[in-house]
Write a protein that binds this ligand. Structure first.
Ligand code: 8X3
Length: 252
């Protein structure tokens, strides 16, 4: 039997990388997309037993992405699992003090490019009447906290897009899941959020035990391994050290 194919965005580090390793272990062949070619090549070398096709480019360069999809080698052209993992948070300032470019980058990456890639790969899934789309949401899409503004809103988009996709796909065997991790270490998330400030990023994970990318990779593998009759609409995962934020009341 031929290997199923998983297409993973943001594959060079963190959750994407861990998912690539987990799926490779479970006989998937991989299409890996990320900007950093050397990181992708390193990962492909590590997964030497797994056929890997690398797409080294910015996910927001949509014409290039379109061409890369059209140029997928025949062996990798039937995508069984699309893991829309690429995404980022930039800044944690109150809304009136944020950088407009940061907001635009988050909307572009977390919403527009995710929708674009899904739109591109969906017709082939529908034609084959099978497939899994796993979108990397976040607990921040459900629970607001100070400074989460556009990042949280972009993840709320991802959640609603996932649920809406399932509605459009009712009657097909295409599965859609919004996977919603909370606090997670071992990724570049906080470092990116704080624009490369390692000290600030380290403080986020101090004195607690956050999730790890491998935890999310387990969840991804579990989601795609369930009987075809099952669809996991949403999966929210927090570390035990985190809980949904309480409502805030400001008293003068
Ligand atoms: C990020 C989760 O807890 O850092 O997607 O807001 S959290």
């Amino acid at each position: 039997m031929s290997s199923p194919t998983a297409f993973i965005t943001g594959a060079s580090s963190g959750i994407g990388r861990a998912c690539a390793a987990k799926l490779a272990e479970n006989r998937y062949q991989l299409v890996l997309l990320a900007r950093r070619e050397e990181k992708l090549a390193e990962l492909a070398a590590e997964l030497s037993k797994t056929p890997v096709h690398i797409i080294a480019q910015d996910i927001n360069d949509r014409p290039a992405l379109d061409s890369a999809i059209a140029a997928l080698p025949a062996q990798f052209s039937n995508i069984d699992v699309l893991l829309n993992n690429a995404g980022l948070a930039l800044g944690l300032e109150p809304a009136d003090q944020t950088d407009w470019d940061d907001w635009q980058t988050m909307i572009e990456t977390n919403c527009t490019s995710l929708a674009f890639l899904t739109r591109k790969l969906l017709p082939a899934m529908r034609a084959r009447n099978s497939g899994h789309i796993i979108n990397m949401g976040s607990t921040a899409g459900t629970y607001a906290y100070p400074g989460v503004n556009v990042y949280g809103a972009s993840k709320a988009f991802v959640e609603h897009f996932s649920l809406a996709l399932r509605s459009d796909l009712l009657g097909t065997n295409i599965h859609v899941c919004n996977l919603e991790p909370g606090l997670i270490a071992g990724t570049e998330f906080s470092n990116t959020r704080f624009h490369g400030d390692d000290e600030k990023a380290a403080l986020v994970y101090q004195n607690c035990e956050p999730l790890l990318p491998e935890d999310i990779a387990e969840a991804v593998h579990w989601v795609v391994s369930q009987p075809a009759r099952m669809n996991i609409n949403r999966m929210e995962i927090m570390p035990v050290c985190q809980a949904p934020a309480g409502l805030a009341v400001h008293k003068a």
